[in-house]
Design a protein around this ligand. Sequence first.
Ligand SMILES: NC(=O)C1=CN([C@@H]2O[C@H](COP(=O)(O)OP(=O)(O)OC[C@H]3O[C@@H](n4cnc5c(N)ncnc54)[C@H](O)[C@@H]3O)[C@@H](O)[C@H]2O)[C@@H](O)CC1
Ligand SMILES: [K+]
Length: 551
Amino acid sequence: MRTLVTGKQMKAVDAHAITTIGIPSMVLMERAAFAVAREVKGILKEEAGRLAPGASVWSVCGTGNNGADGIAAARMLFLEGVSAGVVLIGQPEKGTEEFLQQLKIARNLGMEILSREQWEELCSQGGMRCRVLIDAIFGVGLSRQVQGAYAECIRRINGLRQEGAVECVAAVDIPSGVHSDTGQVMGEAVSADLTVTFGWEKRGTVLYPGRSLAGRVVVENIGFPPLDSLKPEVRDGEDEEEIPYACTYGPGDLERIPERAAYSNKGTFGKVLIVAGSENMCGAAYLSALAAYRTGAGLVKLLTVEENRLILQSRLPEAILVTYTAGQLMEGREEFRKLIDEQCRWADVVVLGPGLGCGAYVEYLVEDILTMACSPVVVDADGLNTIAAHPYLTSYYTENIIITPHLGEMARLTGQSIPQIRENLVETAAEYAAHYGLTCVLKDAATVVASREGGIYMNTSGTSAMAKAGSGDVLTGIIAGLLGLGMDETESARLGVYIHGRAGELAAEKTGCHGMLASDLAEAIGSAMDGKKAGNAAESVWQSRDSEEKR
Ligand SMILES: NC(=O)C1=CN([C@@H]2O[C@H](COP(=O)(O)OP(=O)(O)OC[C@H]3O[C@@H](n4cnc5c(N)ncnc54)[C@H](O)[C@@H]3O)[C@@H](O)[C@H]2O)[C@@H](O)CC1
Ligand SMILES: [K+]
């Protein structure tokens, strides 16, 4: 498990390390700059292991401590014989104490230091070519939209990178212009190949679009005290009591999956009831059931419309089938409630929604399941759409409900627009989970899991190959399978999302990114759950020098 922090939390840790613990600010900065210089040197090194002749580096620096890091990193490279210069953006005389100190050192060493105007002139004359450009304009101190000269400068950096005048952009802490909490672009943002970040990964480089802009992320422990050593009032900040540290999972977290006991039977590993499918949609039910079995569920029963019986029986003979007709439900409600009650009593876990459609009878079905299920219920797709269309159904929400909406479904549930939700993924999921006391899995390229008690998980596994019909149905089956193995709602949701992404990476390795089907994804679940056998494509991106898994 890796911890993810907000900008404010990171600043609170900085302040705590410096003022309470007494680690001098310049000492932390020296280590931060050293890490950046080391990574840049790695890029500059020729295959033979020597620095490339004439390797040039420009460090483009703002006047805060991010800029101070950038000057210090350039100085370290300069002292190693690299042709490294500094470009200053903003008003240096208004810089932080550390910035002024770093600038003085660079000047005393006789380094080349350009003003923005001089740099612009160099660029417009086509004289601006370098192997590595260090982006140190803004770090976690970015507090408003980027405009004017700063925006121009960021556009210039991106232009140089695009036209090949700059081979590699290395961002200090976070690409300048990316919001450290939401990953949103604050007007303009640097597009980096590499980001060297300090202490802990920032939420903004896990959430999109910040995640794409950060490139490869290297997390460097620069000597901060551990987060749990902070006093709660410091850790939470003045008005951040509501914001916990977020986390993400890696392969080490697969150990959370319970052992499959030798002395067991099919009942030991969970009985999953999948309430899914409609007359023209049986695939969703099939994929959800298949995924639940592939995750380890002992018994899977499908409750679906009579029309699906034959196809489901032939596609997945391992599943038990109970069928109904729409008419039976509409006309014989009391009778039907007895059937539902019986099935709910049987189940250890219920999945409600995949492919249910929007027939009039679905409202009754959703109401009956929500009122009668006494085990965890994973609500997805048309289950959620039905709740959105009939808001009284939210009164049946209980603490063992996991909802798995995508952005469109979340928009219907909350009345917010999709862009609004996309910009505030974490807040939207967290508020819904807290308001209704349930677990909310808000699905996006970087899925967020908000637990009822306030915990936040952000997913870092997965691939765009999964952006295809049926992926969500597979996720419901995985989460249900994990619940069946005995994991709690939060853990099943987090690990389910992680395994789902990992299965996507593995399946896409075989089929290619475009050709993968949701059924390929479901077939890869077993390997994805096996930490020893499977590789993880995300690992090449999330390279942590001193990850918490090792600490
Ligand atoms: N000792 C420390 O405090 C350490 C700080 N570190 C570095 O310091 C960074 C944080 O430094 P700061 O808090 O000084 O903040 P930044 O250097 O990120 O930038 C803040 C400065 O930019 C201004 N600013 C914010 N948004 C702006 C906008 N849109 N347009 C124009 N100006 C804007 C702020 O008023 C402030 O002057 C971290 O990201 C990290 O790189 C690291 O060196 C670790 C140690
Ligand atoms: K930066």
